[in-house]
Ligand binder design. Structure first.
Ligand SMILES: [Zn+2]
Length: 212
């Protein structure tokens, strides 16, 4: 699998195009469909996957759907974000994505040659998910190098985030983390050195939270 990455838009949200056997998946096309098209090149797009529905991750979707007749997968728990755009910067406003979409939840989905394992990770938003494809984990705004996602009070929730964070301990530490912003890392690196994550684990320990 080949992975192409580009930070798009004012917030520099990472868009990823994954290619395999001449086909591709698009993860979080944030803005500028023409730039995403260049990343796609001659590959045949199969689907768009959204890690969550903040505008900086999905504002090229409408324009891409004018070119490619492909499904958009997102967690329906972010549906309200498609309607809620009061604080959107003007550059994103003409491109707001409002659906339709294919609902995706916890589980595994086969899209062409890609096996996509989805983890529901509420916290940064209620519908935030991570996608594992081969040894890559696309974490959206749930986990970054040295940081975790912020929890806005509109659709985010700190308690959900700390519960979701606990799930990272069960993952293969060698998984490469491809986050929604900034540079890549690994699950093991973040479990060992991410102070924000450690703080969430400490809170969980104090509250006696363990996962089944
Ligand atoms: Zn976000």
């Amino acid at each position: 699998m080949e992975i192409y990455k580009q930070a798009l838009g004012i917030y520099k949200a990472n868009c990823y195009v994954l290619k395999e056997e001449g086909q591709c998946l698009i993860i979080d096309p944030g803005l500028y469909a023409d730039k995403v098209e260049l990343m796609i090149g001659t590959a045949k797009p199969l689907a768009i996957l959204l890690t969550h529905c903040h505008v900086d991750h999905c504002c090229a979707v409408n324009d891409l759907l004018k070119i490619y007749d492909i499904p958009v997968y997102m967690n329906p728990k972010d549906e309200e974000l498609l309607q809620w755009h009061r604080r959107v910067l003007s550059i994103y406003r003409p491109f707001l994505f409002r659906g339709p979409y294919e609902p995706i939840t916890e589980g595994t989905l086969q899209i062409g040659p890609f096996t996509v394992r989805t983890y529901e990770m509420p916290g940064h938003t209620q519908g935030s998910v991570m996608y594992q494809i081969e040894n890559h984990l696309f974490t959206g705004d749930t986990l970054f190098k040295g940081k975790v996602g912020i929890t806005h009070k509109d659709n985010g929730n700190h308690d959900d985030l700390r519960r979701s964070a606990e799930r990272l301990k069960d993952l293969d530490p060698d998984l490469i983390v491809n986050p929604g912003h900034a540079e890549d890392t690994t699950v093991g690196e973040e479990l060992a050195h991410n102070e924000r994550l450690q703080k969430l684990f400490e809170e969980n320990e104090k509250l006696g939270l363990t996962l089944d």
